[in-house]
Design a binder for this molecule. Structure first.
Ligand SMILES: Cc1cc2nc3c(=O)[nH]c(=O)nc-3n(C[C@H](O)[C@H](O)[C@H](O)COP(=O)(O)OP(=O)(O)OC[C@H]3O[C@@H](n4cnc5c(N)ncnc54)[C@H](O)[C@@H]3O)c2cc1C
Ligand code: FES
Length: 274
């Protein structure tokens, strides 16, 4: 099948369905005119005609190349227009771009995935892939947190993972309500007493910058090695392909060298979490 080699040229993409996830997040089911193979953790650029372009990380199963899902939080101009899209509308899609999770390095390891807020979008794609490869890892732990139950992205689906025999999962919210049966407190409060050996384990962290900052600090305190902590860094982007310099993190470009980074590679960057 013909595949565009011009990274600036968006592929015509149909909106198959729009799912309302939370008061501020919608998931689009997209059908690109050409199948798109991506690695979990890579990102795409979505163009809304007349509004502009913005980067998003697919939240769907990487093995599914015909249909891609992206979950979009409404924060500004482009995402506002994305939230107004309806079934049958057309958008443009470029990518995938950047470096995803190094799944080969996760093999035979004890693996901890820590997520918060909108970070569940990229992590859902990662978890689908980890579940598909279930048995390749010594242990798989998931620790997820959110501000409140209403804002818990994919809540019912993620709660359903509790029934899996291959996953050790704890969920928390900062503020509970009558409907919430899980833990209450920041995500850092559910990182104690992990059934794994931190010094030899691998941790993946994805969420809002403040959550990643404190979760990473806590993981280091627990004994995780900086070179075995992987972070998904969302910096402002433009070209998406290492040309414009908008997404610089120290000597790296988040779009080309990331968005997934090993913490030891970027830990010395001033104002890393801004
Ligand atoms: C690699 C990567 C993956 C991402 N994946 C997702 C995802 O799966 N789901 C999701 O909801 N969001 C994701 N984002 C964030 C998303 O790209 C921004 O929310 C979006 O670009 C904002 O565009 P806007 O025009 O609506 O906002 P604007 O009107 O431009 O600005 C509103 C706010 O968003 C911030 N912002 C603007 N542009 C960007 C940008 N390019 N990147 C980050 N923050 C920005 C601004 O600082 C401002 O605070 C990702 C960002 C990156 C870099
Ligand atoms: S977005 Fe242009 S260099 Fe990264």
């Amino acid at each position: 099948m013909y595949r565009s080699t011009n990274p600036y040229r968006p592929i015509r993409t149909e909106v198959l369905e729009v799912l309302v996830e939370t008061p501020t997040i919608k998931t689009l089911r997209l059908k690109p005119a050409e199948p798109i193979a991506f690695e979990t953790g890579q990102f795409i650029e979505l163009t809304v005609p007349g509004a502009g372009e913005a980067p998003f990380t697919p939240s769907s199963q990487p093995a599914e190349q015909e249909i891609m899902e992206v979950s979009v939080m409404r924060v500004g101009r482009v995402t506002e227009r994305i939230h107004r899209l309806r079934q049958g509308d057309e958008v443009g899609l470029r990518g995938p771009f950047g470096q995803g999770y190094p799944l080969a390095d996760f093999r035979d390891q004890e693996l901890l995935v820590v997520g918060g807020g909108c970070g569940f979008a990229p992590l859902r794609s990662l978890m689908y892939e980890l579940f598909r490869r279930s048995g390749e890892f010594k242990k798989l732990l998931f620790r997820g947190g959110c501000k409140n139950p209403q804002d818990f992205l994919y809540r019912r689906e993620i709660e359903g993972w509790a029934d899996r025999g291959d996953l050790d999962m704890v969920l928390t919210v900062d503020q509970g309500n009558g409907d919430w049966k899980g833990r209450v407190g920041m995500v850092t409060t559910i990182l104690d007493n992990l059934a794994m050996e931190p010094a030899r384990g691998i941790a993946v962290v994805c969420g809002p910058p403040v959550m990643m900052k404190y979760a990473t600090r806590k993981l280091l305190e627990l004994g995780f090695q900086a070179e075995r902590i992987y972070l998904s860094m969302e910096k402002n982007m433009s070209c998406g392909i290492g040309k414009c310099g908008h997404c610089r993190i120290g000597t790296y470009y988040a779009c080309k060298d990331g968005p997934v980074f090993r913490y030891d590679r970027i830990s010395g960057v001033p104002n890393l979490w801004d």
